[in-house]
Design a protein around this ligand. Structure first.
Ligand code: TRP
Length: 440
């Protein structure tokens, strides 16, 4: 089965080069790996916890969406969406809230930091703490569990939240799963090899140190000015310089080609002046960033196109979230009162009805001598019917592909929908089978 990889980006602030090197570029590269199904979303509900200025929230969302797309994220390959376009997420948030103990939230780092700061100042422990901040790990668990992600690439500061998501998922499975796992237990993925980029002063590049290099903001001019402020040692022109440990060199190397890097290091050892080294770094950065910056400017200028891309992503995400949430509603006792009707909705509900009654694929040969397959819901209703194949292997290969790749493969296959069936039901059935494959 495909690995589901999911991560969220809180939509506050303006992306800098450290975000690009540390998060955006590796995530875009990872989304191109085979056998990975990527979910990437703008965590704009989370932004409200930190920021109550509507104009800033809106602006930052636009900038961050444009940045990811400009950096090469392919919205056809990746399910790229805004959290606030998925109403299933806050609904799941509530279901999860009801199985999460308050004590678990008391231990969350973000809350504890706020409480400790209050205590240190002699203020009341919870001064300025909103329920949004306090319950933030539950919303994050909902983000992850909604899509049954296996892997969640995050920074170290977020690892505790992924552990909490696992705890909450396990509790929910145990309470409501009736012996099967409704939720996958997600794993945090921290890339140890990923060097953190230094900022202008040599400390980690971070907004909170005010030492960042803008990614697109301010254009070539601001880029050049900012590079000129990178701190170097005081070796004079002609004196040999050590490329190791220099912030300027690390920033240069983060985007340079192998040849550019080697030449740069050799020239520094041979005594090239820091001024010249900065000019070269600016040129290398500009060469790498300029084409992306052009795409970024074009996207920012057409918010309607960006909106379309995000709504397309929301549709893809909801095709997964909506049938799954229905299963979860059923599991907690909020399903429909009548489970017997023949309407497509109740059939979709029942497709995932219980562990032993899953949907199934059947392969068979007809009187015409050709090979066929079909996907049926547990009650025998036909969800997908294939065309005839000359060989049994062809039919078998499609079944295998649909089973492992899911809805997109089903939609590409030579099949038609069963009478009264729809793609949401197919999706629900395939998810149920995938969940079973994952367990088996
Ligand atoms: N809290 C994360 C951060 O600040 C962003 C985030 C929200 C997230 N929901 C998520 C990351 C779900 C991974 C998965 O970086």
């Amino acid at each position: 089965m495909n690995q589901r990889v999911l991560t969220g980006v809180t939509t506050t602030g303006t992306p800098h080069l450290g975000n690009y090197v540390g998060a955006i570029r590796p995530a875009v590269a990872a989304s191109r790996e085979p056998d990975v199904e990527s979910f990437l979303f703008l965590a704009d509900y989370h932004a409200l916890i930190k920021c109550d200025d509507p104009a800033r929230v809106a602006r930052s969302r636009l900038k961050i969406a444009a940045t990811w797309l400009a950096c090469g994220l392919d919205p056809e390959r990746v399910t790229f969406y805004r959290q606030s376009d998925i109403p299933e997420i806050p609904e799941l948030n509530w279901l999860l809230s009801c199985v999460t103990s308050k004590g678990l939230m008391n231990r969350a780092h973000a809350y504890k930091a706020a409480a400790d700061a209050n205590q240190a100042q002699g203020a009341e422990e919870d001064a300025g703490v909103t329920l949004g901040l306090f319950c933030y790990p539950v919303l994050m668990a909902a983000d992850i569990l909604m899509f049954n992600a296996h892997r969640v690439p995050v920074g170290r500061d977020q690892v505790q939240h992924i552990e909490m998501a696992r705890d909450i998922a396990a509790r929910f499975n145990q309470l409501y799963g009736q012996g099967r796992d409704l939720f996958v237990l997600p794993q945090a993925q921290i890339d140890e090899a990923l060097a953190t980029l230094p900022g202008l002063d040599g400390r980690k590049m971070s907004k909170s140190y005010d030492n960042t290099l803008p990614l697109f903001h301010g254009g070539a001019k601001l880029l050049r000015e900012t590079v000129s402020r990178i701190v170097t040692d005081s070796r004079r022109p002609g004196e040999p310089k050590d490329p190791e440990g220099s912030a300027l060199v690390m920033i240069h190397d983060a985007v340079a080609t192998a040849d550019q890097r080697a030449a740069f290091h050799a020239d520094l050892r041979a005594g090239v002046a820091w001024g010249e080294a900065k000019a070269r770094t600016t040129a290398v950065l500009e060469g790498h960033l300029a084409p992306m910056r052009d795409r970024y400017e074009a996207l920012i200028a057409r918010p309607d196109e960006l909106e379309d891309i995000l709504l397309h992503g929301a549709r893809k995400a909801r095709a997964v979230a909506s049938p799954f949430l229905q299963t979860l509603r059923d599991a907690v006792g909020l399903g429909r009162l009548i489970d017997q009707g023949g309407s497509p909705v109740s059939r979709a509900t029942r497709t995932l009805g219980s562990a032993d009654k899953l949907a199934s694929f059947k392969q068979y040969r007809e009187g015409d001598g050709r090979f066929y397959f079909k996907l049926t819901a547990f009650d025998g209703a036909v969800l997908l019917q294939s065309q005839g194949f000359d060989g049994g292997r062809d039919a078998g290969q499609w079944v295998k592909r649909i089973r492992s790749e899911g809805l997109s493969a089903a939609q590409a296959a030579p099949v038609s929908l069963g009478i009264g069936a729809d793609w949401a039901q197919v999706q629900a059935a395939l998810l149920a089978l995938q969940a079973q494959d994952a367990q088996g």
